[in-house]
Design a protein around this ligand. Structure first.
Ligand code: SF4
Length: 94
């Protein structure tokens, strides 16, 4: 089940550095599945957890949730710091 309103939502991607749609996030992970950061990236925009639960096989959803609960790996942490620095720099610009 796909929802075009959700599929067309856009946000800045911390991995790619540009605006991308949720549709891309839903097929940019391993084996053309959901990106592992999808919960982190979209929870503020809509109830992404329930959306995924309704649209993924139960085992895949549980695997994604288990990944989300793990501490961020080093690269993810570095990307998060870079993203925060970009935001701070943007806030200071006139
Ligand atoms: S879920 Fe993945 S592809 Fe989508 S914005 Fe986040 S990091 Fe980028």
């Amino acid at each position: 089940m796909s929802d075009s309103r959700i599929d067309n939502l856009e946000r800045h991607c911390p991995r790619l550095g540009g605006e991308i749609s949720f549709r891309y996030c839903a097929m940019s992970g391993e084996d053309d599945g959901f990106c592992w950061k999808i919960l982190d990236c979209w929870w503020e925009a809509f109830d992404v957890e329930n959306y995924l639960k309704a649209n993924m096989p139960e085992a895949a959803f549980q695997a994604l949730m288990a990944t989300a609960d793990k501490p961020k790996n080093k690269i993810a942490s570095i990307l998060q710091v870079v993203e925060q620095a970009k935001k701070k720099k943007g806030e200071k610009s006139p």
